[in-house]
Design a protein around this ligand. Structure first.
Ligand code: NAP
Ligand code: MG
Length: 505
């Protein structure tokens, strides 16, 4: 039996095949647990149970405030188990315990609370103003979509699960979640906690750990599924779109990025360098909206690069379970190999980095050095270089000089991606002018990485489709029905208005 279980139709269970997948702690390369390896058969069973729960079950018929109460109870349950969830998240993903305790777990609670508020406050029926057909009354009904699947990546496993589950359930849908194979524990743990607390009817939330190629493909293509929300690479996002197109399912895609953090000549260098370093190296650069291209005004370029080199030496790599550690291992040795490969490419393209470029030395005993990579900074990088264009998803920063604000905007926008970006400046008007011209879903001014459930998040261009979070992130889980009532129906004197279009009937 596996150490954790799938949640299908209200039951905690193993995979139908009995197969398991091993999950590791990347910090020491030791096995953490055996997880059930769901396959297509389990996915189909979950989809059918989800269909039944939506079509026949009580969940979609509950009022918004009733659903809100359940969501708040899930938030409270997470809160009650925060220490265990944070520890599991850090062990399974290599993210630091500091990140898990201060960002991931509280962030998940905030997501459940925010979408509970949406369920309570967003009206399910809205009267529509009558303009063209005055002899009628009109309203819009906001309805759930149905069976919503969520396929999530390994960089923020618990938070991403919350971002997919909370809005789907708040709007009256049922949700099926597939976590990434490297990091499935906390989504399975949440399923276990919710099931043991008997918080939801069977089939309303289901969680399946298993491979993207079988479980994920089924969740994205099965005709009984009404919507797919995916967070992950642009490459798999394209595949999800194709799979969903068979039955024209709406998709939300949160994909890759190569975000630009623009440092103007009037920036406070201390603050701006912190925004650039934190904006890139937080979680080892394994953040989709990381500011991995620092665009720096030539007037302050040399001085700024000096500050970056100096401060980057202070970043503490080490045991992710130590609260003082800034960066732990990458999620897997393969991710460190990717960083290494891009550094070799960077050396060919632009020369030696000013810091990093290798595995760290002197890590505490017991840590797997092969999963670690030093914060690395390449300078004088042309924006056309591959290391400036391709997402590395590791601790690699490209510093790119520019001469004018117009050039900074042009470089920032010269990317297939458009997820996020930053502007560091002491002149707010100038910074806001640049922010308005950046073709990205988020811009932080004198800040970075500030994402919260009440603000929309998502990408332009190949960084995605749609927006999660905020009120937008609630509406992507609802559809709108327009109801038109001819005035005669309410006893008013009126002839049928379409007689003007068809006088012979
Ligand atoms: P990934 O390889 O695209 O995988 C993401 C998820 O998709 C995993 O659960 C994976 O399952 C599954 N999957 C893989 N192939 C599939 C298929 N053919 N059909 C259906 N599902 C499939 O991405 P990742 O390496 O986990 O995460 C890193 C990427 O995510 C980066 O590109 C990053 O920028 C992006 N990301 C974006 C955001 C955002 O909000 N924009 C946030 C976080 C991460 P397995 O694990 O079983 O392979
Ligand atoms: Mg793991």
């Amino acid at each position: 039996m596996a150490d954790y279980q799938l949640l299908i139709n209200g039951e905690l269970c193993d995979a139908a095949s009995g197969e398991t997948l091993e999950t590791y702690n990347p910090a020491n390369n030791e096995k953490l647990a055996d997880l059930p390896k769901a396959g297509k058969q389990d996915a189909v069973r979950a989809i059918e149970a989800g269909r039944k729960a939506f079509d026949e079950g009580p969940w979609p018929a509950l009022s918004g405030p009733e659903r809100a109460e359940k969501l708040r109870a899930i938030g409270a349950l997470i809160n009650d188990n925060q220490a265990e969830l944070a520890e599991l998240e850090a062990l399974d993903s290599g993210g630091t315990i500091r990140k898990a305790s201060l960002a991931d777990v509280p962030g998940a609670v905030q997501a459940f609370e925010w979408f509970a508020k949406m369920a309570e406050e967003q009206p399910a029926k809205v009267d529509l103003p009558v303009a063209v057909f005055p002899e009628s009354t009109n309203y819009a009904l906001y309805e759930p979509l149905g069976v919503c699947t969520g396929i999530i990546p390994w960089n923020f496993p618990f938070l991403m699960a919350a971002w997919k589950i909370a809005p789907a359930l708040a709007a009256g849908n049922v949700s099926i979640i597939k976590p990434a194979s490297y990091t499935s524990i906390t989504a399975l743990k949440l399923a276990q906690l919710i099931t043991e607390a008997d918080l939801l009817p069977p089939g309303v939330l289901q969680v399946l750990s298993g491979p993207g190629g079988s479980v994920g493909e089924e969740l994205a293509s099965n005709p009984l599924v009404d919507k797919v929300a995916f967070t992950g690479s642009t490459e798999v996002g394209r595949r999800i779109m194709q799979l969903a197109s068979g039955t024209v399912k709406p998709v939300t895609l949160e994909l890759g990025g190569k975000s630009a953090n623009i440092v103007l000549d009037d920036a406070d260098l201390d603050q701006a360098s912190a925004a650039v370093l934190w904006g890139t190296f937080f979680h080892g650069g394994q953040v989709c909206e990381s500011g991995t291209r620092a665009l720096v005004d030539k007037k302050i370029y040399d001085e700024f690069v000096g500050v970056l080199a100096d401060k980057s030496g202070k970043i503490l790599l080490g045991d992710p379970m130590d609260f003082m550690t800034d960066i732990g291992p990458l999620v897997h040795r393969s991710q460190a190999e990717t960083a290494e490969r891009y550094c070799a490419l960077g050396r060919d393209e632009v020369g030696e980095p000013i810091c990093g470029g290798a595995k760290p030395e002197g890590l505490p005993e017991g840590l797997d050095v092969n999963a670690y990579f030093q914060p690395t900074i390449f300078t004088d990088v042309p924006n056309s270089a591959k290391i400036a264009q391709e997402e590395i998803f590791g601790p690699v920063l490209c510093v790119i000089p520019f001469e004018s604000d117009d050039e900074a905007v042009a470089i920032a926008n010269d990317s297939i991606y458009g997820l996020a970006g930053g502007v560091q400046s002491s002149n707010l008007e100038r910074a806001e002018g640049i922010a308005a011209r950046m073709r990205t879903g988020t811009v932080w001014i004198n800040d970075y990485h500030m994402i919260s459930p009440d603000r929309p998040f998502g990408g332009y261009k190949q960084s995605g489709v749609g927006r999660e979070l905020g009120t937008y992130g609630y509406d992507i889980y609802r559809q709108v029905k327009h109801v038109h009532v001819n005035a005669e129906s309410s006893g008013r004197d009126n002839h049928l208005q379409y007689t003007a279009l068809s006088s012979n009937i």
